[in-house]
Ligand binder design. Structure first.
Ligand code: SF4
Length: 324
């Protein structure tokens, strides 16, 4: 790839970083990614095979009457934003991360796994593995499910052993707990997908997509929802807020799919300590979510999205983000 950096003197340009400038910054000599590219400086004339001509000299200046200019309004395009049910958890962690991931859809670079023991494997991959084991256990015994789920992992062979050991301990403990046992006799649907049109204001729309780990049919007209979590159980603060939003969306989605049924409880089961975190005050959560989306739709540029640097070491956009 040839990156041609042309200075235009800043005429008509915003203060927003251009993609070429971003590349230069991310891979600049002296940075962590410097070794991944080879910088060769060339002058523009040697690339074009002819003298470089400034366009500015060719452009004619058109004058617009001040009264006409005043009547001009910026064009706004309708936005249709589709978010995963967990997307707003990332907004809580760092609004800028949310911007890179869901609005700019930038590629992610997972930070290196750190620590020892369990933490030598990626927590996200462990979560995927355990979800798969629990899904397979619908039709297979635990040991078979543990082996079958391993086959779908893309992790290196040497790490698979650790996935299996850790997965077995967590799943076995969970299956023996009352949380799992009390739902055994009910009809269940696993990995239930949904698409939920949620918020509309003017020409902007937000919809949520997702997958509930477990939809339980408690009776002819009542439902319950369980989502498995392999990370740490909630601590006070905004993370809990994110969990409540997730459960709210699952409840609304389940009721949209079964209009004659009501979700009587929705909970997150934390496999690390076999506790269930339940959604409370659903109406209040609904109001808060609508307010948040209204606020989000007003934000447009990168700098509108604040940075929260506490999570930078675990952020897949740390390679790019200027953190300011
Ligand atoms: S690197 Fe830090 S500040 Fe930047 S998006 Fe990630 S968490 Fe936010």
């Amino acid at each position: 790839m040839v990156l041609v950096h042309v200075e235009n003197g800043g005429k008509g340009s915003s203060s927003r970083e251009k993609w070429g400038q971003s590349l230069s910054r991310v891979f600049a000599p002296g940075t962590a990614h410097a070794g991944e590219v080879e910088w060769v400086e060339k002058d523009v004339e040697s690339l074009l095979g002819q003298p470089a001509v400034s366009r500015e000299k060719e452009e004619k200046t058109e004058l617009i009457d001040a009264a006409v200019y005043d009547r001009l309004r910026p064009i706004s395009f309708p936005r249709k934003i589709e978010l995963s049910a967990t997307a707003l958890l990332h907004y809580d962690t760092c609004p800028r991360r949310f911007y890179y991931e869901y609005l700019e859809k930038m590629p992610q670079v997972e930070p290196e796994p750190i620590g020892e023991g369990l933490y030598q494997i990626s927590p996200a991959a462990l979560g995927t593995y355990i979800h798969k084991v629990l899904e397979l256990m619908e039709n297979a015994p635990l040991q078979t499910a543990l082996d079958m789920a391993l086959e779908e992992l893309e992790e290196p062979e040497k790490e698979r052993k650790l996935f299996r050991q850790t997965g077995e301990v967590l799943v076995q403990r969970y299956c023996q707990s009352p949380l799992y046992q009390e739902l055994l006799s009910f009809e269940k649907e696993r990995e239930k997908q949904f698409q939920l049109p949620f918020y509309k204001k003017g020409r902007d729309q937000v919809s949520f997509t997702g997958r509930m780990d477990l939809l339980v049919h408690l009776s002819e007209n009542t439902l319950a929802i369980v989502d498995y979590k392999t990370g740490h159980p909630p601590v006070d603060g905004e993370e809990k807020q994110g969990y409540r939003r997730q459960l709210l969306l699952y409840s609304l989605a389940a009721e949209a799919q079964y209009p004659d049924k009501k979700v009587v409880w929705a909970g997150l089961d934390f496999l690390q300590n076999n506790t269930r975190y339940l959604l409370e005050n659903r109406e209040g959560e609904l109001e808060k979510l609508e307010q948040l989306l209204e606020h989000l739709l007003r934000l447009e540029t990168e700098s509108n999205f604040l940075v929260r640097t506490a999570a930078c070491p675990y952020c897949p956009f740390a390679y790019f983000c200027p953190k300011k």
